[in-house]
Design a protein around this ligand. Sequence first.
Ligand SMILES: Cc1cc2nc3c(=O)[nH]c(=O)nc-3n(C[C@H](O)[C@H](O)[C@H](O)COP(=O)(O)O)c2cc1C
Length: 136
Amino acid sequence: MTYAVRYYTKTGNTKRLAEAMAKVLGVEARPISEPVTETVDYLFLGNSYYAFDIDPEVKQFVASLDPAKIGKIVNFGSAAMLNSTYKKVKAAADKVGIAMDEKEFHCKGEFKGIHKGRPNADDVQAAAEVAKKYLA
Ligand SMILES: Cc1cc2nc3c(=O)[nH]c(=O)nc-3n(C[C@H](O)[C@H](O)[C@H](O)COP(=O)(O)O)c2cc1C
């Protein structure tokens, strides 16, 4: 199996999750400013909610993906109030014809004093455990 990990972050939370997952998968976690040029079975895509939506840069990144090169997108993130961004990312992925894996990872993320310290060590470990399930 082949993997790539990309993340979008404003305050560093998603990057921490991405690095833990990438370590398990044996790849580097990269920001979405770095295009995915290789063919991968799974693209792990870290993103979050900002003002009730995923960032436009994340939508642009998904739109820029080559469906011939990406098997499935694995969504992960740490929104503070809302839950998973899965539906938002799926809407973008549907437009370009890339499937979303049914599994994903989501935990709470610190925002303005809410959920202080999260993702915490347990969250990071849980993210790594999810990534382990994809090793083959
Ligand atoms: C400007 C801004 C707006 C946000 N809006 C929302 C929101 O609408 N709903 C939500 O659940 N979390 C919201 N959050 C919280 C983030 O999704 C959460 O802190 C996440 O862990 C941030 O990840 P990051 O550090 O990788 O950017 C917001 C955070 C920021 C900085």
